[in-house]
Design a protein. Structure first.
Length: 135
């Protein structure tokens, strides 16, 4: 379990235009960073990893975002000792249109790795290509 932003903080903005008028009024003219609580569990074996994370509290939006509360499920499978296949799904209880599936491929080589991931739903799609080295 993880708790972030244990002490709630309020920040006034210089231009005071980062929130909608209604949100700005409701929050007393400030951006509010509220505590967040998330629980997770994972199982790891020789063939891979299964994981699940759940937001136990609603995550208050900052700026033009909307509130969220998510359940994330994922699996990573090790194949051939250097290739990893990954799949995942995240469901947003506050807005099911933001729920998304993902799939990825990772290759480990000479102390480094390359990861490629694609994620999306019926409204949007995105991807990531990442390189990393261990030293």
């Amino acid at each position: 379990m993880i708790v972030k932003n244990i002490l709630e903080q309020k920040y006034d903005t210089v231009q005071k235009n980062t929130l909608s008028a209604a949100d700005y009024q409701a929050r007393g003219g400030a951006i509010v960073i509220s505590p967040q609580v998330r629980a997770g569990i994972a199982y790891q074996s020789n063939w891979g990893t299964l994981a699940a994370d759940l937001d136990l509290t609603k995550n208050k939006a900052i700026g033009f975002e909307e509130d969220s509360q998510q359940l994330a499920l994922g699996a990573a499978f090790d194949t051939l000792g250097f290739l990893q296949l990954r799949v995942g799904y995240k469901s947003d209880f506050e807005d099911s249109d933001r729920s998304a599936a993902s799939a990825g491929l990772g290759v480990v080589f000479l102390g480094g790795h390359i990861d490629a991931v694609i994620s999306g739903n019926s409204d949007e799609i995105g991807g990531v290509l990442a390189f990393g080295f261990a030293f």
